[in-house]
Ligand binder design. Structure first.
Ligand code: AMP
Ligand code: ZN
Length: 473
């Protein structure tokens, strides 16, 4: 298979030709959400662009396996080993247990993803499912001399590495600024950059989730979960690791340190990082308390696909500033676009030559370090060309496999009215229940399959905060 994609790799700080370890296959890992609050639309920008990467890989012919964790333990508010436990903070805020909070916000996250046409990764694994795997890897690190016990906790010893800052050329001083939100230096650490693998000396008296370990009762650090969950499902090597730029340090830096120390070889070849969505006051963050959610945009009447298009119109390696004015402009453009496509007559002959030409141009744009706005320009160009409606319709349908904007169904969805007969309705409701049960069992692949089955029958599901709703496509 020809390797067409060129993408920026944070590891080499260059745009490189993407070559997977195994021909035709891609092992991909995504840092999942910390489920102590709703995802904000900045988080969702990262997941939209990662979805675009995955769908581009599939579009150009790769067989992709994508794994995502759900952070339901261990992530402290400083991203390093200081500050509050984010999950505990959420539980206290809502007077609920940590697991209740985790379940509620995990469901809310996948509801947002559904609205945004973000495909559920092939494997989704909450950190609390994998405690024995974490312990196993930490034991291995202890045996190899990369970890030590101090003051009750287990730390990774960064001084044992040849190179620690592999992901960034920033100075050590600069990088540590972000970690110093809480200035309490941990006196147990041998080196400033060491990090916790396992907490036994809990900093939090009310720590709810604790497990037995060879080092005493406690809980894992945040970084270890991604290393272990990826190894569990993808093995010792991975092609692409994704996240937002804030994950570069310390999270991904520490993931590389511990994974490569444990495995004894290079772990991941390509690092894909999405730049931040900012609002006028700066970076959007959950810890600030006030942030924009997709539900808020929906309650103001915005179609989630308009937000998706807003993200696709700008490059993932540039910071993006959010404003309602910009969203309104994109909304108007989206309306026009789907109306234009929705009124094409899809019956008739598809001109294979023109189809191939535009598919190739579309692919070229995406393969140029995911130039999504250029890919959208190709869509507009092809709509302008003098060729059959059927060809245009077929192309729009094909492009939508990657763009995920409901290009060929949105117009009909907006126009569609009317009821279904009682038999069909009870069939739909049964399917919704089946999907709910699948999600509860974390069988997201089955849940997705049910959604697609219904879509094929012209029924669209929407996950809302009030529950699942359906409408005719
Ligand atoms: P979290 O739930 O905090 O673990 O973050 C989930 C994902 O969102 C991670 O990949 C972060 O790097 C990413 N992220 C956090 N803030 C932003 C932002 N303002 N814009 C884009 N991505 C972000
Ligand atoms: Zn991670």
């Amino acid at each position: 298979m020809e390797n067409k994609l060129r993408m920026y790799n944070t590891l080499s700080r260059k745009v490189e030709q993407f070559v997977p370890k195994e021909e035709g296959k891609v092992a991909m890992y995504t840092c999942g959400p910390t489920v102590y609050h709703f995802a904000h639309i900045g988080n969702l920008r990262s997941y939209i662009m990662e979805d675009l990467l995955e769908k581009t890989l599939r579009y150009i012919g790769y067989d992709v396996k994508r794994v995502m964790n759900i952070t339901d333990v261990g992530h402290l508010s400083s991203d390093a080993d200081t500050g509050e436990d984010k999950m505990l903070k959420g539980a206290k805020r809502e007077h609920k247990s940590v697991m209740e909070i985790a379940k509620f916000y995990t469901d809310a996250f996948f509801g947002d993803c559904g609205d945004l046409n973000i495909k559920t990764p092939d494997v989704v694994e909450p950190a609390t499912n994998c405690i024995s795997e974490f312990i196993h890897v930490i034991e291995g690190l202890m045996e190899k001399g990369y970890a030590y016990e101090s003051g009750g906790n287990i730390y990774f010893d960064t001084s044992k590495l040849k190179e620690y800052y592999v992901l960034s050329n920033h100075s050590e001083e600069e990088l540590l600024v972000g970690v110093r939100e809480d200035v309490d230096e941990d006196v147990n650490k041998r080196n400033k950059t060491d990090f916790v693998l396992w907490f036994t000396k809990s900093k939090f008296d009310s720590q709810e989730l604790k497990w037995e370990s060879p080092w005493g009762t406690g809980y894992p650090g945040w970084h270890i979960e991604c290393s272990c969950i990826s190894m569990k499902h993808l093995g010792e090597y991975m092609d692409i690791h994704c996240g937002g730029v804030d994950n570069i340090f310390p999270h991904h830096t520490n993931e590389i340190a511990q994974s490569e120390a444990y495995l004894g070889h290079k772990w991941c070849n390509y690092w894909f990082h999405v730049h931040h969505l900012n609002d006028k006051s700066g970076k959007m963050s959950k810890s600030k308390g006030e942030f924009l959610t997709l539900s808020l945009l929906k309650s103001k009447g915005y179609d989630p696909k308009v937000y998706r298009l807003f993200c696709l119109q700008s490059h993932y390696r540039k910071p993006l500033e959010f404003s309602y004015e910009a969203l309104d402009n994109i909304g108007a453009a989206y309306e026009k676009l789907v109306r234009r496509i929705g009124t094409l007559k899809k019956e008739g002959q598809v001109d294979q030559e023109r189809f191939g030409y535009y598919r190739e141009r579309f692919q070229e744009a995406l393969c140029d370090d995911l130039n999504s706005s250029m890919a959208i320009t190709v869509l507009y160009d092809m709509l302008k060309e003098d060729m059959s409606d059927a060809t245009k319709h077929a192309l729009a349908e094909s492009f939508d496999q990657v763009l995920g904007l409901d290009l060929t169904v949105a117009y009909r969805m907006k126009e569609a009215e009317g009821e279904v007969d009682p038999e069909t309705e009870s069939y739909i409701l049964a399917k919704i229940e089946e999907r709910k049960a699948a999600k509860k069992e974390k069988n997201f692949a089955l849940a997705d399959q049910i959604r697609s089955e219904l879509l094929e029958k012209g029924i669209v599901l929407e996950d809302t905060r009030e529950g699942v709703k359906w409408k005719k496509a």
